[in-house]
Design a protein around this ligand. Structure first.
Ligand SMILES: Nc1ncnc2c1ncn2[C@@H]1O[C@H](COP(=O)(O)OP(=O)(O)OP(=O)(O)O)[C@@H](O)[C@H]1O
Ligand SMILES: [Mg+2]
Length: 320
């Protein structure tokens, strides 16, 4: 059985401007210990996909269709109480700038201990020992055990947030641009740490990033998202070596500078679609050099270009 199966997920936001179809028929799955990268321009639905899996949507958001199965269990059907437990024990998240979410007037170790005490029945002494073990796991020196957040570097604070996310041994961890705010060296260290934890505990990961080189180095699969849909999905080596969706090709070409994530986004002319009134046909067609007549009227289905590798383009096979 798959650890996670997301099938035809639709997540909408009800706004004054209308219904935002932020995630519109997205499917992917993860085996135990596997990592998938979600990439694509700003606003294409990456975070909303992850928040749907975590059942952490803001109140204006709703799952409008599809299924999310964790170990075969559909947890859209669960109570809020069950979900709260599930969030820590089964799935957990480290988000961009999480390190700034630490309480500045409480020792970091104390904050992790409190998170543990909230979710598990432990004595103070047990919690303290667990925190030390977690420090060890994420490679924070035990000499920092009495320190406050401002005495930690940015990278160390992000490690502390990872420790917190790992506290209850989740089967799946979501990293939503977990290293974006950090310098390149520290980024690499944190990603190496997540990789180590994945191998050690068989933890699966959804890694959200703008940086395709990060996905290449840290994920087994990649899903390229565009306008709330998956444009292309498959094993990371296949998709990066043999991209078959024009959008993926543009993303890859526009990537000479590994640090210029935001610049990369601008180097594709035009803007991603408005998700209240997306264009008819293929959502990428207004920006696609290769678009033909059919692309403006008919929505492309997912086409298999090689085993496990699919692209939502009418002409995907011509490029494979
Ligand atoms: N709370 C909300 N209310 C209304 N619309 C929202 C809300 N959150 C997100 N959206 C919209 O949903 C779409 C997808 O947003 P999402 O944050 O999932 O994108 P993203 O791929 O994570 O982008 P980024 O790379 O900027 O983080 C966007 O059109 C966004 O404006
Ligand atoms: Mg996001």
């Amino acid at each position: 059985m798959k650890l996670l199966e997301v099938r035809n997920l639709k997540t909408y936001f009800d706004t004054r401007e209308g219904v935002v179809r932020a995630v519109d028929d997205v499917s992917f799955s993860l085996e135990k210990g596997e990592a998938i990268g979600l990439v694509g321009e700003s606003g294409c639905g990456k975070t909303t996909t992850a928040l749907s899996v975590l059942q952490l949507l803001p109140k204006e958001g709703r799952i409008a269709g599809g299924e999310i199965l964790l170990n075969g269990e559909d947890f859209a059907a669960k109570s809020e109480e069950e979900l709260r437990k599930h969030r820590w024990r089964d799935v957990s998240i480290v988000f961009q700038g999480a390190m700034n979410a630490l309480n500045p007037v409480m020792k970091v170790s104390r904050q992790i201990a409190e998170a543990l005490l909230l979710h598990e029945e432990l004595t103070e002494e047990e919690a303290r020992r667990r925190v030390l073990a977690l420090f060890d796991l994420v490679e924070i020196s035990s000499s920092l055990v009495d320190c406050y957040p401002h005495e930690f570097s940015g990278g160390m604070r992000q490690r502390a947030m990872i420790a917190m996310a790992l506290a209850c041994g989740p089967k799946l961890i979501v990293g939503d641009e977990p290293t974006t705010a950090l310098d390149v060296m520290v980024q690499a260290q944190i990603l190496a740490l997540l990789g180590k934890l994945r191998r050690e505990f068989g933890m699966a990961m959804i890694l959200i990033t703008h940086d395709l080189s990060i996905v290449g180095a840290n994920c087994d699969q990649v899903a390229v998202m565009y306008g709330g849909k998956v444009a292309e999905i498959g094993p990371v080596g296949k998709v990066l070596r043999n991209p078959c969706h024009p959008y993926t090709q543009r993303l890859l070409k526009a990537f000479p500078d590994i640090r210029g994530e935001r610049e990369m986004v601008q180097s594709i002319p035009g803007f991603p679609p408005n998700l209240v009134t997306p264009p008819p046909g293929c959502r990428f067609s207004p920006r696609c050099d290769a678009a033909r007549e059919i692309c403006f009227s008919r929505e492309p289905a997912m086409r298999c270009v090689e085993p496990g590798h699919e692209a939502a383009c009418h002409f995907a096979e011509e490029r494979s």
